[in-house]
Design a protein around this ligand. Sequence first.
Ligand SMILES: Cc1ncc(COP(=O)(O)O)c(C=O)c1O
Length: 492
Amino acid sequence: MFHELEDDGSGTPLYRRAYRRIRQMILDGTLPSGRRLPSTRTLSGDLGVSRNTVELAFSQLQSEGYIRRRIGSGSFVGDSLPNAAAHARRARRPVGSGTAERPVLARRTTGTAVLSKRGRLAAAAAPDPEADADPTFGVCRPGLDVFPLHIWNRLLARRARQTTRELLDESSPKGLGVLRRAVAEYLVASRGVKCDAEQVIVLTSTQQGLDLAARLLLDPGQAAWVEEPCYIGARLALRNAGARLVPVPVDDGGLDVDRGIHLANDARLAYVTPSHQFPLGVTMGLSRRLELLRWAERSDAWIVEDDYDSEFRYAGRPLASLQGLDRSGRVVYLGTFNKVMFPSLRLAYMVVPPDLVDAFAAARRWIDGHSSALVQTVMADFITGGHFGTHIRHMREVYRERRDALTDATHRYAPSRIQLGPADGGLHVVAWLLDTVDVRRIVAGAAAESLYLRDVSLYYATSPPAPGIVLSFASSAPHVLRRGVRILSRLL
Ligand SMILES: Cc1ncc(COP(=O)(O)O)c(C=O)c1O
């Protein structure tokens, strides 16, 4: 079993090569756990090395836990290695050998075959193909061209120069107190949210909040209402957590609660965008909001309110949140800075009922710890220094102008071909196509002209009522939007 060690010309010390040889035999199962090893005298003869060399190799193996030695009874392969050895044995079997699993390396070449069921679901959600580009109409993109970079840079530089030792350390998974307080004040004043800073948890993204809510509030197989049509990120987070998705139709008044009750009264969770339904842009009326809250209370279910872009209303004041109407602590509220500020910021927040704060914080802790303390501090400075309020007011004007440019151009260049959905808030609008057209062909033709159109059917679990595309007006200047509409009209 033990052959003489040959000189491999590597200059590696003999004891090291003896150690590696024995370790390999343990790992690949040739020496199973519990097996007694030959004495150092026997082994030194087999390997053709001195006893001292074997002694050194044994003590290294012992200190790493591969073998255990007992004075008077000898040396044995460690007991805690059976899985590693068995795993290595399986991995060595050639492809197609009997009923055994295929070797790890061979399976790896087949891509997703190595993944768990959940992993396969997650991997099937392809990344956004436009992620690196900057196309006209790009969905979910804020107007980075007008972001007050000089203010942000100034605040960032000041904090970077004055970084304290405290900022270098790990911090609470709930977020820094200074930012949680600033967020709570903002939400109470601007969004009608009922909360204090203790209920705020700082996140990386809304997506992280959706993921946490899905994992913490749902067991696999339980039903969750999603809007029909629905934000893809929400559908994926819930689906990846094993939820049974129940698409509930949205009409002019938002999610149809009666239909939801009819379809799955036993649902444990409902995901909604009540202030500005994504992507249709409708607002959930008061009676529907109250109905939804009553259902959640009756059924002990949760409501996840995604308030992703309601800072931007172009008619009247921003609408108050659904969370503000909740009397029984059934709403988990999500908001994000990644759209109001800029996408690479990776800061968002959730407001959870007081008795859930610790559970969410603990779960967050074991996912990724916490958000960057430096970035949280700068964001808090941006808010408390009054820049956030000014920025929102300014962006509202910029986006209103862009929205107007898009709607005017549509009426001018494609009046009989496009009907726009509600556009009194947010950063995008749905353009319903009045002719029977092949949306995929239009989307592909537009991409060649650097226009990013998203087929509205992507958001539907069933079929959309008509062909349509989602157009975001936020990231492009008015003249760019006008050019985009002219090209779109030609393609139609
Ligand atoms: C409805 C909705 N919620 C949330 C988000 C994204 O937020 P975050 O980047 O913080 O995950 C988007 C993205 O555009 C969205 O459309």
